[in-house]
Structure formats: structure tokens, C-alpha cells
Design a protein around this ligand. Structure first.
Ligand code: FAD
Ligand code: DLZ
Ligand code: SF4
Length: 524
């Protein structure tokens, strides 16, 4: 007997599109199976090619989409899954929707609100045209994932000059009653324990073993190659370690909470040439493709603290990243788009050095951070911000080019979260909406938080010699170049005080060294 879920020839009144980052099995769409509804998932070149992606990102998204389609089928839902090499594939979301709506004689097409402006616009436009041409109906429903509405931020910050994350975060703590005592005050008497979370990692406790089971997606990788999909980074197709369904994601969460979270806070900002994951959760992919709900993740963390299994500073720090930063940057994205990706407040225009694509640089910190990103499609926050982003900002790399690199390379990179982090937080290209001052440092910070400088061809103590750490001269040159913008910023007063005390010859030597470095970035 033919299964009901396979009846592609049977008409259906409603199509429901599920995007590759909408793999939310808990969504109310799936509460009951309806033979009049066909769920549509599609692997398309318009999504693989809008930026050059890391191979693992394409593999993980396709493998997870396929698993999700199978899971829906097993739950009795009708599913139309279009593989990349399906001859009927028109390789764009909207062109496929056109064909499918005609094929199923659908009168209604629904989708969950996309998280990216580009896709949101494309679907809206298509929907308006299609509805008009076919007297059909369209509907956009909530993705039932985020804790705040897309357009909520401007209202929350109404009347405030600076949109500070900390203000937003406290509201979220109150709204979701997280880490509050019986009087509604923050547990431990403080909202934020960041000061406790800045330790260098001495090599102990040891980095936890990689808790993620490898999957073999060699056949999928062969198909992607046969189809000519371009990518970069190591595919690791036969040992892909990212969670591909909710069950796995929950196992990862469990492991993180019980084994890793207790050390998360202490070493949150640490970096090491001997460890990649350290005590980070690696949950961003599962969260961003919506296998996990942010609230279930943070409630598990809070529970660990209440049961005495993890310290408050670690748990507060972890919760802040998710209900604070993650929701806040999403609000920034939707309040600033379109046009946010065009901002370049510091007029930085240099192209990315070639070693961004190979990791082959003599700067040990960058070799590790970029090498690891190419190998695993992941780097943790401080590597992204204070090594790669820091260098890009000091050197004056083009923020849009950098944004495309970050959007491509990281497994968790979707524009709503990547763009504000890269362009706003890391490059100050939005003129200070997110970061009240630019995140820049010389070798001193990297030396304090890691062992990178010990194995480096450059000398972290030198500023202007040919073997001097490039970060040093670029750091002072950054302040000098942008004095008209930052000179009166009270949070940057210390740097300008130090510059005032420098001899003119020393200033000139720093500027000359910086100019030399900037003219030969490819060779560093
Ligand atoms: P953990 O350190 O274990 O943190 C827990 C969770 O908190 C993460 O999974 C993530 O969901 C959330 N989180 C932490 N920091 C941030 C933040 N700044 N913004 C939003 N969520 C945060 N995160 C992405 O999810 N996608 C991106 O494309 C992305 N691009 C970034 C680009 C730059 C330049 C910088 C500085 C940061 C970026 N981040 C991005 C934030 C952060 O680096 C990653 O979320 C984190 O490294 C993911 O690894 P993890 O799951 O082990 O995180
Ligand atoms: C990132 C990505 C990739 C590489 N491929 C697909 C795809 O083939 N089909 C799909 O539905 N989604 C894909 N995605 C995720 C989308 O780019 C993502 O849904 C949008 O950027 C909206 O956030
Ligand atoms: Fe990086 Fe400079 Fe340290 Fe080398 S010396 S690892 S380039 S900060």
C-alpha cells in the first residue's frame, strides 16, 4: 500500500515552507498531521551560494534538514523534500515555491518569519505576487523560537541615547524570572559577574573530551562536489560532529550542563594553542537552527546552579550570552536593516589578506584562531573578537568583506546574529550602536589571556622593530588615525593620555611601522 506521506501526486490546499535554520520540532505547526498540508524543505543554490560557505556549514545544514524531513514523515506529516540534485529543483526558494504551488494546486502558502532580511523580503515579494496572480492566500507565522519580538528593541530603549546591552539583559532577567531571589533581586546581589570570568587557562582542569558523536556524510559531500557547490574549510564529511537533530542537541546540552558548565565562567575569555573548545558549549548551531529553545537551555543552566552543581558566575555568564547578547543583537539587526551591512564608520577599505583563507601567517594567535576556524567551522567568542576581529579593525580591513568572511566560515553564522557581532561589536563600523568603544588591544591582552605569544615569530614586547608584534604598532596607529572620532571619548582617554606623553620620534616610528605593515598584510 502506498503511504499517505509519499503522495506527491495528491493535491494539497496548503504548502508550508521550512527553511534550513527553522528545524524546530516543537513548533505548533506540527501539533497534528493534516493531509491538506505539505511541508516543503529545499536544498537550493540561492542559499548555498549567497556567500562562500565553510564546507561543514553546508553539510550540517543539509544533513539536519534531511533528518528533519524524515522525522516529520515519521510523525505522519506530508513532506516534499527537494534535494540539491533533484532534476525538478529550480535552485531558488521562490522559483520552487511557484512550481510546487502549481503542482499541488495549493491555494495557501505559509512560512515562518525568516531571520534574514534578504530572505524575508524575497518571500514577501513572491507571496504578494503569487497571491494576486492566483487569488491565493499567504501567511507568515512566528518561528516560536526567540524570546523577544523582532521589532521590540526600539520600544525597549525608547528615550535612551545609548542602547546598552546590560539594560536590555536586566529586563530579560526580570521578564523570564531568571536567577532572581524571592524579592525579585538578582541572585548573589549582582546582575553581572563578568569580572570573575577572565582567568587565563593554566592547562588544568583539562579540556573536556569532544562530546559530539561523528557522523558519516561522505555521500552528501560527493553530491555537493558533483554539483559544483563551492566552499572552503575542512569538510570532515565522514566525521561531521555537529548535532543533526533535536535528540542529539539535547544530549549535547546535557553533557555541557553536567560536565563543562562549572568551568565555563572561569575560562570564558581564555585562549590556548593546546585547546580549541576549552569550556564553551558549542551549542550555537543547535540554537540557531532552532533544534533547541533558548529558554530550555538557560533554565537547565539555572537548575544546575540551584542544585549546587555549577557556580553562579559561570551560570550567570552563560545565561547572559543567550538571553542577553543573542536576543539583543537580533533586535539591533531588525532595527537597523536594511543598510546596516553597508556601514563603514571608520572608512576602512583594505582587502582581507590571503591568509584569512589558509591560516598561513606567522602571527601565532591568528594562525591558531583562523586555522581552527578552517578546521572546525568554530572559534570561540574571544578568538573571534580579540584576535581576528581585533586585527581586522587595527589593520583597517573592509568591514563588509570581513562580514562575508564571518558569515561564511562559522557553523552558527546567520546574518541576524553574525552581522551585528562583526560589523557592530567587532568593527565599530556602525559608529558605536553596539560597542561604546572599539574592541582593540595590543599584544598585551593576547599575551595575558593565552599562550599564543610564547610560540610566535614576533616579539610581543617590541613595537617598531621588524620582528615586533604587528598588533602593537597597529594599535597605537589606530588611535592616532582616528583621533578626530575617539579623541573625546572618555572611555578612551587613557590611550590618548599615553600618546600625549610619547616623543614625536616615537610616534613617527609607530606610524611608519604601521604603514609598512598595512602595505604588506599578505606577508605577515
Ligand atoms: P558559548 O560561549 O558556549 O556561549 C553560549 C551561547 O551564547 C552561544 O551558543 C550563543 O548562542 C550565545 N552567544 C554568546 N555570545 C554571543 C553573541 N555575542 N551574540 C549572540 N549570541 C551569543 N554567534 C553566532 O551564533 N553566530 C554568529 O555568526 C556569530 N558571529 C560572531 C562574530 C563575531 C565577530 C563575534 C565577536 C562573535 C560572534 N558570535 C556569533 C558570538 C559568539 O562568538 C558565538 O555565539 C559563540 O562563539 C558560539 O560558540 P558556543 O556555542 O560554544 O558559545
Ligand atoms: C545556510 C543555508 C544553506 C547553506 N543552504 C540552505 C538551503 O539549501 N535551503 C534552506 O532552506 N536554507 C539553507 N540555509 C539557511 C538559510 O540561508 C537561512 O534559512 C536564511 O539565511 C534565513 O536565516
Ligand atoms: Fe599574536 Fe603578537 Fe602574540 Fe604573535 S606576538 S601571538 S602576533 S599577539
Amino acid at each position: 500500500m502506498k503511504k499517505k506521506t509519499d503522495t506527491h501526486a495528491t493535491p494539497a490546499s496548503t504548502l508550508r515552507l521550512i527553511l534550513g535554520d527553522q528545524l524546530n520540532a516543537q513548533h505548533s505547526w506540527f501539533d497534528r498531521a493534516d493531509p491538506e498540508v505539505v511541508y516543503v524543505l529545499m536544498e537550493v543554490r540561492s542559499e548555498t551560494d549567497y556567500v562562500l560557505h565553510h564546507a561543514q556549514k553546508i553539510l550540517a545544514i543539509f544533513a539536519a534538514m534531511r533528518a528533519f524531513g524524515e522525522q516529520l514523515r515519521a510523525g505522519g506529516h506530508r513532506v516534499r523534500y527537494i534535494r540539491l540534485d533533484d532534476p525538478s529543483n529550480r535552485q531558488s526558494l521562490v522559483d520552487n515555491l511557484d512550481a510546487l504551488a502549481a503542482h499541488y494546486q495549493a491555494t495557501r502558502v505559509e512560512w515562518q518569519a525568516p531571520d534574514e532580511w534578504r530572505v524575508d523580503q524575497a518571500l514577501q515579494q513572491w507571496g504578494d505576487n503569487w497571491a494576486q496572480a492566483h487569488q491565493g492566500q499567504t501567511a507568515v507565522v512566528d518561528s516560536e523560537h526567540f524570546l523577544t519580538a523582532r521589532n521590540e528593541l526600539p520600544r525597549l530603549f525608547e528615550g535612551r541615547k545609548q542602547w546598552l546591552m546590560e539594560h536590555f539583559y536586566r529586563q530579560m532577567r526580570r521578564r523570564f524570572e531568571l536567577l532572581l531571589d524571592a524579592d525579585g533581586k538578582p541572585e548573589g546581589g549582582q546582575w553581572n559577574f563578568d569580572h570573575d570570568n577572565r582567568k587565563r587557562w593554566p592547562g588544568n582542569p583539562p579540556e573536556p573530551r569532544d562530546w559530539r558523536q561523528p557522523h558519516d556524510h561522505g555521500a552528501l559531500w560527493e553530491m555537493l562536489q558533483a554539483q559544483g557547490v563551492r566552499s572552503f574549510g575542512e569538510p570532515q564529511a565522514t566525521q561531521l560532529r555537529w548535532p543533526l537533530d533535536r535528540t542529539e542537541a539535547l544530549q549535547h546540552l546535557d553533557h555541557f550542563i553536567t560536565t563543562v558548565l562549572p568551568h565555563f565562567g572561569d575560562y570564558e575569555d581564555a585562549m590556548s594553542s593546546k585547546a580549541q573548545r576549552l569550556f564553551h558549549s558549542l551549542l550555537s548551531f543547535a540554537l540557531n537552527v532552532k533544534m533547541l529553545h533558548p529558554l530550555e537551555v538557560v533554565r537547565r543552566a539555572e537548575e544546575a546552579w540551584r542544585e549546587g552543581k555549577a557556580p553562579l558566575a559561570a551560570v550567570e555568564g552563560f545565561i547572559r550570552q543567550i538571553i542577553g547578547w543573542r536576543e539583543y543583537v537580533r533586535g539591533i539587526y531588525w532595527s537597523q536593516m536594511p543598510g546596516y551591512d553597508e556601514r563603514n564608520a571608520l572608512a576602512h577599505r583594505l582587502p582581507l589578506p590571503a591568509w584569512f583563507w589558509t591560516g598561513q601567517t606567522r602571527m601565532n594567535c591568528l594562525r591558531h584562531a583562523i586555522g581552527q576556524s578552517l578546521e572546525t567551522a568554530h572559534a570561540h567568542h574571544i578568538q573571534r573578537l580579540m584576535v581576528i576581529g581585533n586585527f581586522a579593525l587595527l589593520a583597517g580591513l573592509d568591514p563588509k568583506e570581513l562580514h562575508h568572511w564571518y558569515l561564511g566560515i562559522y557553523i552558527d553564522a546567520f546574518e541576524w546574529v553574525e552581522l551585528p557581532n562583526t560589523l557592530g561589536m567587532s568593527q565599530w563600523a556602525d559608529g558605536g550602536i553596539i560597542a561604546t568603544k572599539p574592541y582593540v588591544s595590543s599584544a598585551a591582552y593576547i599575551g595575558r589571556m593565552s599562550d599564543y605569544c610564547q610560540g610566535c615569530a614576533y616579539d610581543p614586547k617590541q613595537k617598531t622593530s621588524t620582528d615586533a608584534c604587528p598588533f602593537n604598532a597597529l594599535y597605537w596607529d589606530f588611535f592616532l588615525r582616528h583621533q578626530s572620532i575617539f579623541g573625546n571619548n572618555p572611555r578612551m582617554g587613557m590611550a590618548y593620555q599615553q600618546i600625549k606623553k610619547m616623543q614625536p620620534d616615537d610616534v613617527q616610528a609607530l606610524q611608519q611601522r604601521a604603514a609598512d605593515l598595512r602595505s604588506q598584510l599578505d606577508t605577515l
